[in-house]
Design a protein around this ligand. Structure first.
Ligand SMILES: [Zn+2]
Length: 242
Protein backbone atom coordinates (compact mmCIF):
# COMPACT_ATOMS: atom_id res chain seq x y z
CA UNK A 1 0.00 0.00 0.00
CA UNK A 2 1.41 3.33 -1.09
CA UNK A 3 0.09 6.59 0.28
CA UNK A 4 0.42 9.91 -1.50
CA UNK A 5 -0.65 13.54 -1.07
CA UNK A 6 -2.15 15.73 -3.82
CA UNK A 7 1.21 17.55 -3.99
CA UNK A 8 3.01 14.22 -4.55
CA UNK A 9 0.60 13.47 -7.39
CA UNK A 10 1.00 16.88 -9.04
CA UNK A 11 4.80 16.48 -9.00
CA UNK A 12 4.48 12.90 -10.27
CA UNK A 13 2.42 14.06 -13.25
CA UNK A 14 5.09 16.64 -14.07
CA UNK A 15 7.75 13.90 -13.90
CA UNK A 16 5.60 11.74 -16.19
CA UNK A 17 5.16 14.64 -18.62
CA UNK A 18 8.91 15.19 -18.81
CA UNK A 19 9.71 11.47 -19.04
CA UNK A 20 7.19 11.10 -21.87
CA UNK A 21 8.86 13.99 -23.69
CA UNK A 22 12.26 12.29 -23.28
CA UNK A 23 10.89 9.00 -24.62
CA UNK A 24 9.32 10.83 -27.54
CA UNK A 25 12.65 12.54 -28.30
CA UNK A 26 14.54 9.23 -28.12
CA UNK A 27 12.12 7.62 -30.57
CA UNK A 28 12.18 10.61 -32.91
CA UNK A 29 15.98 10.64 -32.91
CA UNK A 30 16.00 6.97 -33.88
CA UNK A 31 13.75 7.55 -36.89
CA UNK A 32 15.14 10.94 -37.88
CA UNK A 33 17.54 9.54 -40.47
CA UNK A 34 14.85 7.39 -42.07
CA UNK A 35 12.23 10.09 -42.59
CA UNK A 36 10.66 9.48 -46.03
CA UNK A 37 11.32 13.01 -47.25
CA UNK A 38 15.02 12.73 -46.45
CA UNK A 39 15.32 9.21 -47.87
CA UNK A 40 13.65 10.31 -51.11
CA UNK A 41 15.89 13.37 -51.41
CA UNK A 42 19.02 11.28 -50.84
CA UNK A 43 17.91 8.77 -53.47
CA UNK A 44 17.26 11.60 -55.93
CA UNK A 45 20.67 13.04 -55.17
CA UNK A 46 22.31 9.65 -55.70
CA UNK A 47 20.55 9.32 -59.07
CA UNK A 48 21.63 12.87 -59.97
CA UNK A 49 25.27 12.10 -59.14
CA UNK A 50 25.12 8.96 -61.30
CA UNK A 51 23.53 10.91 -64.16
CA UNK A 52 26.19 13.64 -63.91
CA UNK A 53 28.93 11.01 -64.13
CA UNK A 54 27.24 9.43 -67.13
CA UNK A 55 27.00 12.86 -68.82
CA UNK A 56 30.71 13.47 -68.21
CA UNK A 57 31.60 10.12 -69.80
CA UNK A 58 29.34 10.84 -72.77
CA UNK A 59 30.83 14.30 -73.13
CA UNK A 60 34.33 12.87 -73.27
CA UNK A 61 33.26 10.43 -76.01
CA UNK A 62 31.46 13.03 -78.11
CA UNK A 63 34.32 15.50 -77.77
CA UNK A 64 36.87 12.85 -78.67
CA UNK A 65 34.88 11.88 -81.77
CA UNK A 66 34.67 15.54 -82.82
CA UNK A 67 38.42 16.02 -82.28
CA UNK A 68 39.23 12.87 -84.31
CA UNK A 69 37.00 14.02 -87.15
CA UNK A 70 38.74 17.38 -87.19
CA UNK A 71 42.17 15.75 -87.10
CA UNK A 72 41.26 13.56 -90.05
CA UNK A 73 40.34 16.60 -92.15
CA UNK A 74 43.62 18.32 -91.18
CA UNK A 75 45.67 15.21 -92.05
CA UNK A 76 43.97 14.77 -95.42
CA UNK A 77 44.42 18.45 -96.30
CA UNK A 78 48.05 18.15 -95.33
CA UNK A 79 48.56 15.16 -97.65
CA UNK A 80 46.60 16.91 -100.39
CA UNK A 81 48.79 19.98 -100.17
CA UNK A 82 51.97 17.87 -100.36
CA UNK A 83 50.69 15.90 -103.38
CA UNK A 84 49.71 19.11 -105.14
CA UNK A 85 53.15 20.57 -104.51
CA UNK A 86 54.80 17.41 -105.89
CA UNK A 87 52.50 17.46 -108.93
CA UNK A 88 53.19 21.15 -109.55
CA UNK A 89 56.92 20.48 -109.25
CA UNK A 90 56.53 18.34 -112.38
CA UNK A 91 57.83 14.91 -113.35
CA UNK A 92 57.14 12.24 -115.88
CA UNK A 93 53.64 12.14 -117.38
CA UNK A 94 53.08 8.83 -115.57
CA UNK A 95 54.11 10.28 -112.22
CA UNK A 96 51.99 13.40 -112.68
CA UNK A 97 49.03 11.27 -113.71
CA UNK A 98 49.44 9.01 -110.65
CA UNK A 99 49.68 12.03 -108.38
CA UNK A 100 46.56 13.54 -109.93
CA UNK A 101 44.63 10.34 -109.28
CA UNK A 102 45.79 10.47 -105.69
CA UNK A 103 44.83 14.13 -105.44
CA UNK A 104 41.35 13.36 -106.79
CA UNK A 105 40.96 10.54 -104.31
CA UNK A 106 42.16 12.73 -101.42
CA UNK A 107 39.79 15.52 -102.47
CA UNK A 108 36.87 13.11 -102.26
CA UNK A 109 38.11 11.88 -98.88
CA UNK A 110 38.41 15.46 -97.63
CA UNK A 111 34.79 16.11 -98.60
CA UNK A 112 33.65 13.01 -96.75
CA UNK A 113 35.79 13.87 -93.73
CA UNK A 114 34.39 17.41 -93.68
CA UNK A 115 30.85 16.04 -93.77
CA UNK A 116 31.70 13.64 -90.92
CA UNK A 117 33.27 16.51 -88.99
CA UNK A 118 30.09 18.57 -89.42
CA UNK A 119 27.97 15.66 -88.16
CA UNK A 120 30.15 15.14 -85.10
CA UNK A 121 30.12 18.89 -84.46
CA UNK A 122 26.31 18.86 -84.56
CA UNK A 123 26.25 15.89 -82.24
CA UNK A 124 28.50 17.72 -79.81
CA UNK A 125 26.32 20.84 -79.96
CA UNK A 126 23.16 18.80 -79.42
CA UNK A 127 24.76 16.98 -76.54
CA UNK A 128 25.94 20.19 -74.89
CA UNK A 129 22.45 21.72 -75.24
CA UNK A 130 20.87 18.65 -73.65
CA UNK A 131 23.50 18.64 -70.93
CA UNK A 132 22.95 22.28 -70.05
CA UNK A 133 19.22 21.57 -69.75
CA UNK A 134 19.82 18.61 -67.42
CA UNK A 135 22.60 20.07 -65.25
CA UNK A 136 20.43 22.61 -63.36
CA UNK A 137 18.02 19.80 -62.43
CA UNK A 138 20.89 17.70 -61.12
CA UNK A 139 22.26 20.65 -59.18
CA UNK A 140 18.80 21.33 -57.75
CA UNK A 141 18.47 17.71 -56.58
CA UNK A 142 21.91 17.94 -54.99
CA UNK A 143 21.10 21.23 -53.25
CA UNK A 144 17.72 19.97 -52.03
CA UNK A 145 19.32 16.88 -50.49
CA UNK A 146 22.04 18.95 -48.84
CA UNK A 147 19.44 21.34 -47.41
CA UNK A 148 17.42 18.45 -46.01
CA UNK A 149 20.48 16.76 -44.53
CA UNK A 150 21.48 20.04 -42.88
CA UNK A 151 17.94 20.61 -41.59
CA UNK A 152 17.80 17.05 -40.25
CA UNK A 153 21.13 17.51 -38.49
CA UNK A 154 19.91 20.78 -37.00
CA UNK A 155 16.68 19.16 -35.87
CA UNK A 156 18.61 16.23 -34.39
CA UNK A 157 20.98 18.54 -32.55
CA UNK A 158 18.05 20.52 -31.09
CA UNK A 159 16.39 17.28 -29.99
CA UNK A 160 19.63 16.03 -28.45
CA UNK A 161 20.02 19.30 -26.59
CA UNK A 162 16.47 19.19 -25.24
CA UNK A 163 16.89 15.55 -24.24
CA UNK A 164 20.16 16.36 -22.51
CA UNK A 165 18.53 19.13 -20.54
CA UNK A 166 15.58 16.95 -19.49
CA UNK A 167 17.92 14.13 -18.47
CA UNK A 168 20.07 16.55 -16.50
CA UNK A 169 17.09 17.97 -14.64
CA UNK A 170 15.35 14.65 -13.99
CA UNK A 171 16.78 14.08 -10.51
CA UNK A 172 15.37 17.35 -9.26
CA UNK A 173 11.93 16.40 -10.57
CA UNK A 174 12.17 12.99 -8.92
CA UNK A 175 13.10 14.75 -5.67
CA UNK A 176 10.16 17.12 -6.12
CA UNK A 177 7.72 14.20 -5.96
CA UNK A 178 8.94 13.84 -2.38
CA UNK A 179 7.62 10.28 -2.02
CA UNK A 180 10.15 7.48 -2.56
CA UNK A 181 7.56 4.68 -2.50
CA UNK A 182 5.42 6.47 -5.09
CA UNK A 183 8.43 7.12 -7.36
CA UNK A 184 9.50 3.50 -6.99
CA UNK A 185 6.07 2.26 -8.11
CA UNK A 186 6.07 4.77 -10.95
CA UNK A 187 9.48 3.54 -12.18
CA UNK A 188 8.42 -0.11 -12.03
CA UNK A 189 5.30 0.56 -14.06
CA UNK A 190 7.13 2.83 -16.48
CA UNK A 191 10.03 0.56 -17.35
CA UNK A 192 8.94 -2.84 -16.02
CA UNK A 193 7.28 -3.98 -19.25
CA UNK A 194 8.57 -4.75 -22.72
CA UNK A 195 8.23 -1.13 -23.77
CA UNK A 196 8.30 2.10 -21.78
CA UNK A 197 4.78 2.83 -20.59
CA UNK A 198 2.78 5.78 -19.30
CA UNK A 199 3.01 5.26 -15.54
CA UNK A 200 1.04 8.22 -14.18
CA UNK A 201 -2.13 9.73 -15.50
CA UNK A 202 -5.23 11.70 -14.69
CA UNK A 203 -8.70 10.26 -14.29
CA UNK A 204 -12.06 11.70 -15.28
CA UNK A 205 -14.64 9.86 -13.25
CA UNK A 206 -14.35 6.22 -14.25
CA UNK A 207 -12.32 6.96 -17.37
CA UNK A 208 -8.52 6.58 -17.51
CA UNK A 209 -6.74 9.59 -18.99
CA UNK A 210 -4.05 7.40 -20.50
CA UNK A 211 -5.71 4.38 -22.08
CA UNK A 212 -9.25 5.77 -22.13
CA UNK A 213 -10.89 2.67 -20.72
CA UNK A 214 -13.77 2.98 -18.29
CA UNK A 215 -13.82 1.20 -14.95
CA UNK A 216 -16.78 -0.73 -13.64
CA UNK A 217 -18.70 0.83 -10.70
CA UNK A 218 -17.02 -1.66 -8.36
CA UNK A 219 -13.53 -0.78 -9.62
CA UNK A 220 -14.34 2.94 -9.38
CA UNK A 221 -15.57 2.65 -5.82
CA UNK A 222 -12.34 0.87 -4.87
CA UNK A 223 -10.28 3.61 -6.48
CA UNK A 224 -12.29 6.34 -4.80
CA UNK A 225 -12.50 4.68 -1.38
CA UNK A 226 -9.33 6.38 -0.12
CA UNK A 227 -7.93 9.35 -2.11
CA UNK A 228 -4.61 9.13 -0.23
CA UNK A 229 -4.14 5.52 -1.30
CA UNK A 230 -2.33 5.13 -4.61
CA UNK A 231 -4.52 3.32 -7.15
CA UNK A 232 -3.84 2.25 -10.69
CA UNK A 233 -5.87 1.79 -13.85
CA UNK A 234 -7.07 -1.83 -14.05
CA UNK A 235 -6.54 -1.77 -17.83
CA UNK A 236 -3.18 -0.08 -18.43
CA UNK A 237 -1.67 -0.04 -14.95
CA UNK A 238 -0.98 3.68 -14.82
CA UNK A 239 -1.13 5.40 -11.43
CA UNK A 240 -4.15 7.67 -11.08
CA UNK A 241 -2.50 10.88 -9.98
CA UNK A 242 -5.70 12.89 -9.85
ZN1 LIG B 1 -5.60 3.11 -18.24
Amino acid sequence: MTKATPENFIALLELQRRDARMTHLEESLKTLQSEPELVTALKRRQAAVAKAKELNTQRAHVEQAAALAEQKVTDLLDRLEKDRARRDAGGSAKEVSALQRQIDSLTTQVEKARAAKAVSGEKLDAFMTERSAILPKLQAADAAAKRLVAATQEKGAAMQAEHGQLAGERDQYVTAVDNAALVSRYQKIRTGGHAVRVAATTRTGATCGSCGSTMSPVELSEVEADPTEVSTCPSCGAIFAS
